[in-house]
Design a protein. Structure first.
Length: 394
């Protein structure tokens, strides 16, 4: 087994069971290690620490498969996949929806591999050199363990560039399913475009938060910002909202949002869709003295890493400040960040600063997060990325 020897003292993260080793921690690597292949991580004194995949193009040079001296082979991955599937069954996510995350990368001890299930179709994302190296084996095992026949690949996330990998999109196993396809979530239905939609087609991590918005929406005038294909919009209308204004920069997403309203036989007369830049439209609404009872902010990832946190903080502060100004007294702001570079404490601080600059008094009444099918590893805090606050304006 090729070895990577760490610098003295740089094994501390591995002893805490963190899964990443950065290039700066490496003293020496054996020559001619193939991208994605398995290596042993050893301490400066030569003691075995972990077995990992090797990513020569990435600053994260190695990602741990196992802390034991065991074979990393087909049966190793079968056990990991089976464990992830069993956890979803125990959490009863299938009772809530036929679309959910089946494998969540490092949180399921399978770094770089994301697999979402949409009814009878698996959507696979391979994000690292290690998952790419084993992709064909992983695809075969996924079909064997789920009993399904179709895998569609959506390995087109920007992070692949950091691994020296080009994007790959298309059928990986089976026959191409019809697009868009219909999924159900609780008692609602949604059309999902697996070929070109955000992430793997739908924001599966917001499932229980969409249900919470449904509970909050009754008789309220709702503004749904960055609405995408209408997950929150549909739930707000299903919850009895008086009106919902859905805003997104994508005409295609707004068209699917309208289709999802029709699909669920919801009152289209209570809904308005508006294409445009959310930042500009919020300012326009402020200048027009418009107001709302419930505002949802679910923006895209402003800070993929901590290096982007400062710029992201300004963007988060801007939209939350404007939202507070647009809220009526007693109104509710449901605001999110999915940025890995902005932790919960910083996000709360940003929202608090937004309220201060908006000259309003507000209270946090709930904290929201990702669903149980997006588990958080105690040893890998980076797997906790979705942060949400429910705030009431006094």
């Amino acid at each position: 087994m090729p070895q990577i020897r760490l610098k003295p003292g740089r094994e501390k993260s591995l002893l805490r069971r963190h899964l990443w080793i950065f290039s700066g921690a490496i003293h020496r690597a054996d020559g001619n290690i193939a991208s994605g292949s398995t290596v042993d991580l050893v301490s400066a004194g030569g003691h075995f620490l972990a077995r990992a995949s090797y990513s020569p193009a990435s600053q994260i040079r190695a990602r741990v498969w196992t802390f034991d001296e065991e074979s990393v082979d087909s049966e190793f991955f079968r056990k990991r996949i089976r464990s992830a599937i069993d956890m979803r069954r125990r959490s009863n996510v299938e009772g809530q929806s036929n679309a959910y995350r089946l494998i969540y990368a490092e949180a399921d001890s399978l770094p770089g591999l994301i697999v979402d299930r949409y009814d009878d179709v698996l959507v696979l994302q391979s994000l690292t050199a290690g998952s790419e190296y084993w992709k064909q084996t992983l695809a075969d095992l996924l079909l064997e363990e789920t009993g399904l026949a179709v895998i569609y690949e959506r390995s087109d996330a920007d992070v692949r560039e950091l691994e020296g990998l080009s994007p790959k999109v298309g059928l990986l196993r089976g026959e191409t399913p019809p697009f868009p396809m219909t999924i159900h979530e609780h008692d609602l239905k949604f059309l999902v475009n697996l070929q070109s939609g955000h992430k793997t087609g739908f924001y599966l991590d917001q499932r229980r938060n969409r249900l919470r918005v449904r509970e909050l929406a009754k008789d309220r005038d709702v503004l749904d910002c960055f609405c995408y294909t209408g997950g929150f919009t549909v739930n707000a209308l299903a919850g009895g909202a008086q009106s919902v204004l859905s805003v997104d920069s994508s005409a295609e997403a707004l068209a699917l949002c309208k289709e999802n309203i029709t699909l669920n036989s919801l009152p289209a007369g209570r809904h308005t869709a508006l294409e445009g830049d959310v930042f500009q439209l919020l300012r326009k609404f402020r200048d027009e003295n418009r107001s709302f009872d419930l505002i949802i902010l679910d923006p895209p990832k402003f800070a993929p890493t901590a290096a982007h946190a400062e710029k992201a903080a300004r963007a988060y502060k801007d939209i939350n400040l404007l939202a507070f100004k647009l809220l009526r007294p007693g109104g509710v702001l449901v605001t999110f960040s999915c940025s890995g570079g902005v932790d919960s404490a910083l996000f709360q601080k940003i929202v608090a600063g937004s309220a201060l600059d908006a000259e309003v008094e507000a209270q946090i009444v709930e904290w929201l997060s990702q669903g149980a099918d997006h588990p958080v590893s105690l040893h890998f805090p980076e797997s906790a990325y979705l942060k949400g606050l429910v705030c009431i304006k006094k």
